[in-house]
Design a protein. Structure first.
Length: 83
């Protein structure tokens, strides 16, 4: 069975993390100057990970023999048995 953990985010230029600030999440929008745009792009591309609450069940399901994947692309759902 193929299982997809789908984690949908809005299409923005800055990083959003759901695991910080006590579970409320944070959005790191540093501004619109050239330096801030560079920082936003770097942070969004390099400091990004799946939410911790998704990683544990993914690990359990993988250990049970399921094919488990994580995606933020809503179009990916068509190739899976369970979302």
């Amino acid at each position: 069975m193929k299982i997809l953990f789908l984690d949908v985010y809005p299409d923005v230029t800055y990083r959003i993390c759901k695991d910080t600030a006590g579970g409320y999440g944070t959005a790191n929008d540093f501004g619109d100057t050239l330096f801030c745009k560079i920082i936003k792009r770097y942070v969004k591309g390099k400091l990004d990970w799946p939410p911790f609450h998704a990683m544990y069940p993914m690990g359990v399901l993988k250990n049970k023999g399921y094919t488990v994947e994580y995606s933020r692309n809503v179009e990916d759902y068509k190739n899976y048995d369970l979302i």
